[in-house]
Design a binder for this molecule. Sequence first.
Ligand code: ADP
Ligand code: F6P
Length: 322
Amino acid sequence: MKKIGVLTSGGDCPGMNACIRAVVRTAIYHRWKVAGIKSGFAGLIDGEVFDMDVSSVSNIINLGGTILKSARSLEFKTRKGQARAHRVIKKAGLGGMVVIGGDGSLRGARKLAKTWKVPTVGVPASIDNDISGTDYSIGFDTAVNTALEAIDRIRDTATSHDRLFIIEVMGRECGFIALYAGLAGGAEDILLPETATDLEDICRKLEQGRKRGKSSSIIIVAEGDEAGGAFKISKEIEQRTGYHVRVTVLGHLQRGGSPTARDRILASRLGAAAVEMLIKGKHNLMVGVVSNRIKTYPLEHAWKCKKKIDRSLYKLTQILAI
Ligand code: ADP
Ligand code: F6P
């Protein structure tokens, strides 16, 4: 009987637990054993390996976060750290690894596969949705819905007080959360790292809106936007327009919460597919869902091919915000 290990790494996200559940139960269904590794690559280095069974993953599909815990490990980026992790894998008798995490974690997965010849499959999980080889990464849909709920609530108070709000969302160097939450939330403007930000133009549009009777507005800014964050932008807009601007930075609340049905289904499919790849002897790859079908790509595809936002969606936000 073969045995595989599973870990979650990097920024946690809703749906990681559903994915762990799928990995564990698919492996056991195929009569393989599974070990969980605590705290990502850091726990792997420290030998935090424990056996998991069917009931280890009971009642977790609905939970945010990750029961395996997550971490960022600088030590794993070094050859010495990887050698320690490799020794742990050998000692625990792990014939393969499933790494669930963002693009950084998939880079770590590739190190295991290429340098240390550990059969490894990566599963894209990040609220940022910045991983190529899959239409959506696990956690993105929940994060967008969480941000959207916040935008809707802020719109209530913005309307009551005739105010301009700037809401900053996460996403690292990518604008996916801002674009999707902004479009769904009817934002008056959306500032993305992928598009040039022209504060002069934003102020002009606000003025136009004011002239035709618009008394409140919401601008969504991605944390990676070139204008330097919601507070800086608010100051500039206040100076240029005389508006009183309120700022909300949504921050880590976008990383928590019960995963949406969409994320649970994606996580279940990807977790199961990862195990099936290992069973078939296919590894050094990532699994994704593209046009509703399971696809596999070499791990490096995840970060070498930069994922692009859909420009037509951005254009639509501009058209609908006139
Ligand atoms: P995410 O997976 O959410 O993108 P990070 O970029 O912080 O988060 O990556 C998570 C972890 O993956 C890092 O702390 C490190 O342990 C590992 N990792 C990232 N890049 C590499 C790399 N080039 N080589 C080896 N390990 C890496
Ligand atoms: O990658 C997920 C993410 O939440 C990004 O959106 C954000 O920039 C970053 O992680 C925050 O990282 P930390 O939790 O280490 O502050």
